[in-house]
Design a protein around this ligand. Sequence first.
Ligand SMILES: Nc1nc(=O)c2c([nH]1)NC[C@@H]1CN(c3ccc(C(=O)N[C@@H](CCC(=O)O)C(=O)O)cc3)C=[N+]21
Length: 337
Amino acid sequence: MALTGFLVRGLHCYRKNSCLKTNSVCFLQTFSPIFQLEEYGKLLSGSDIAEKIQTSLCDQVQKFKLHHSCFTPQLAIVQVGARKDSNTYIRMKMKAAEKIGIIATHFCLPSTTNQTELLKTISHLNLNPSVHGIIVQMPLDSANMIDSTLITDSVIPNKDVDGLNTINQGKLAVGDLASGFLPCTPNGCMELIRRTGILIEGSKAVVVGRSKIVGTPTAELLKWHNATVTICHSKTKNLPEVIADADILVVGIGQPNMVKGDWIKPGAVVIDCGINSLPDTKRSTGYRLVGDVDFEKARKRASWITPVPGGVGPMTVTMLMKNTVFAALKSTLGNKV
Ligand SMILES: Nc1nc(=O)c2c([nH]1)NC[C@@H]1CN(c3ccc(C(=O)N[C@@H](CCC(=O)O)C(=O)O)cc3)C=[N+]21
């Protein structure tokens, strides 16, 4: 099969219309043979990386317990209603917690819960010294009007392991990445990007989507890691052209396969935060998950790309666990952490 181009791993450089014909893997003679040529971008497996980080968190918890026998990180997960997707995510979180040695308690409130009742539940958890981290699963599935910002802001900042309250978001905005909690999905994206080996400093990063939970904090993190960041949203003009300039592309818009493969800059690192379920009668579940990026086509141009499922999702869960262990360490050791 004739290739119109190929990727040089590690250099992130690309040649158009190369006359070189290759099998899927060969070496470029003019460069050091450590640079592998492949027709497709490498899969950036969030599941594999998440598993490694979870194992190391488990070790840390065990080691710390040797000196502080009463040390058990505890996470409270508050849910209002019973959205099917939220149930799935919470199940993932409980499973990861158990593996690491974190006690995760699920507070399942009925959809009739009102704002005052929800605030009361959070207040109890804020005051409970054995609870180190609190997460309120979003979106709230309530029959009543509940101000979700008021709810996330009611979690005390030193238990806000979701990193979503205004204090922690403000810290991130001004470049204090150390004293608070980083939000889980953006922190997971950064971890994935780091593991590709791409130089973030000085790179051109494009973030598509400006949500409070994904786009905005991811752009902040990339900015403080010295990337030059462009944030795109529903009113952005010439989206394909903006995306074509990205060395690092992060997408979180919630629209299945919206970013087309041929918009991607050859050699780019592509992080897909979308989790969209599409009807699929061929599957026993009746649906399949797809991201916001047209994976199959994008894979032919990217140097690294995350799949959906198995990409950003497991990293989000893992970063929540990391924050919870950190919160427990901070509460045990005070300022010494
Ligand atoms: N306060 C709050 N914090 C969150 O962190 C939060 C939230 N609300 N609301 C919803 C989003 C979404 N989210 C995911 C968690 C796990 C997977 C995950 O593990 N996904 C699997 C597939 C899961 C499936 O089968 O559906 C995967 O991508 O491989 C995905 C998404 C956390 N979120």
